[in-house]
Design a protein around this ligand. Structure first.
Ligand code: NDP
Length: 293
C-alpha cells in the first residue's frame, strides 16, 4: 500500500496566507510575546521559528530571554507586565521551565484572554466543557491537518498514546467532542497501558505523543491506518552535522507501506503547531479589538 505523507507545510502556508490578508486590514498589528527562561537549545530553536512565523504574517513580536537562574518572582512580574501591555495580545511561556520554577504557578499567572497556548486551567476547563476558547496549538494543528487532507474522524476509532496536558489529553478531548472533526471513539493510552501495540493496531487513527524514539513499529499500526506522529526526538547520528537527527515516536521505515497515511518527522505536525499559535494570537487580537475572528 502506498502511504500518503501528510506534510504540514502546505497547510501552514495556507493558514499564514489567510492571516496575512487579515493583518493587512487590521487596525494595528497583533502582538505575541514569548518568554524563554534558560538555555535549552531545542527551546531556542522553537522560539526562533515562532518569531519567523510572526514576521511572515506581519505580527509584532517580542522575545524575553531570561537566564535559568532567574527567580520565579521575576518571571511572574514580567508576565504581569505583559498581561497589561496593550500591544501584546498573546503570551507564550516556552516549556519546559528550568528546575526551581513552578510551571503551574507561571502558567496560572498568564491572563486567560492572552493564553494563546491554551494551557491556563480556565481555557482547559472550557475545552472540557465543550466550549473551547484557546485550543492548545499542537492538538488544534492535528485536527486541522486531518481536515485539510480530507480525513474524517466521526465514528472512527482513535488511539491517542500520551496523556500530557500539552498534547495527548486535549487532543483526545477534542476528538471526543460532538461535531465536525470530533465524534470519534477515543482510547487514551499511556505508560500503564497493557498490550499497547495491540490496542493501537486495532484503531483507525493512531496519534503518538510519547516522546520515545520510534516506539511504535509495524505491529502497532493496522493496515491502512492514519498515523499522526507528534514526537520530536533527537537521536545520535554521526553522519549529520551536529551529530544528531530528529525522529518521531513512530518507526517511519517500518510503518511506510502499511499505514494509509503518515505525518513525517520533521515536517508534519511541527509546522502546524506554529500555524495554530499564530491563529490563536489572531483570535486573541480579534477579541481585544472587536474585529472578526
Ligand atoms: P510528555 O513527556 O509530557 O508525555 C508523554 C506521554 O507519553 C505520557 O503521558 C507518558 O505516559 C506517555 N508515554 C511515555 N512512554 C510511553 C510508553 N512507552 N508507552 C505508552 N505511553 C508512554 O510529552 P509531551 O506530550 O509534552 O510530548 C510528547 C512528544 O511530542 C515529545 O517528543 C515532544 O517533543 C513532542 N511534541 C511535539 C510538538 C510538535 O509541535 N510537533 C509539540 C509538543 C510536543 P505517563 O503519563 O504514564 O507517564
Amino acid at each position: 500500500m502506498e502511504t500518503l505523507m501528510l506534510k504540514g507545510a502546505p497547510v501552514r502556508d495556507a493558514v499564514f496566507s489567510v492571516l496575512k490578508g487579515k493583518v493587512a486590514s487590521a487596525p494595528r498589528r497583533p502582538g505575541l510575546a514569548v518568554v524563554l527562561v534558560g538555555d535549552d537549545p531545542a527551546s531556542a530553536v522553537y522560539v526562533s521559528h515562532k518569531g519567523k512565523g510572526c514576521d511572515e504574517v506581519g505580527f509584532h513580536h517580542v522575545t524575553h530571554c531570561l537566564p535559568a537562574s532567574t527567580p520565579q518572582a521575576q518571571v511572574l512580574s514580567l508576565i504581569a507586565q505583559l498581561n497589561t501591555d496593550p500591544a501584546i495580545d498573546g503570551i507564550l511561556v516556552q516549556l519546559p521551565l528550568p528546575k526551581g520554577i513552578d510551571q503551574e504557578a507561571v502558567l496560572l499567572a498568564v491572563d486567560p484572554r492572552k493564553d494563546v497556548d491554551g494551557f491556563h486551567p480556565v481555557n482547559l476547563g472550557l475545552l472540557v466543557a465543550g466550549k473551547p476558547r484557546f485550543v492548545p496549538c499542537t492538538p488544534k494543528g492535528i485536527l486541522r491537518l486531518l481536515e485539510h487532507y480530507g480525513i474524517t474522524t466521526a465514528g472512527r476509532t482513535v488511539a491517542v498514546v500520551g496523556r500530557s496536558v500539552i498534547v495527548g489529553r486535549p487532543v483526545s478531548l477534542l476528538l471526543s467532542l460532538k461535531g465536525a472533526m470530533g465524534d470519534a471513539t477515543v482510547t487514551m493510552c499511556h505508560s500503564a497501558t497493557r498490550n499497547l501495540a495491540a490496542v493501537t493496531a486495532s484503531c483507525d487513527i493512531v496519534i503518538a505523543a510519547m516522546g520515545v524514539p520510534r516506539a511504535l513499529g509495524a505491529d502497532a499500526i493496522g493496515e491502512g491506518a492514519v498515523v499522526i506522529d507528534v514526537g520530536i526526538n533527537r537521536i545520535a547520528d554521526p553522519t549529520r552535522t551536529g551529530g544528531q537527527r530528529l525522529v518521531g515516536d513512530v518507526d517511519e521505515a517500518a510503518v511506510r507501506g502499511r499505514a494509509g497515511a503518515l505525518t513525517p518527522v520533521p515536517g508534519g505536525i511541527g509546522p502546524m503547531t506554529i500555524a495554530m499559535l499564530l491563529e490563536n494570537t489572531w483570535e486573541a487580537f480579534a477579541r481585544a479589538e472587536g474585529v472578526d475572528a
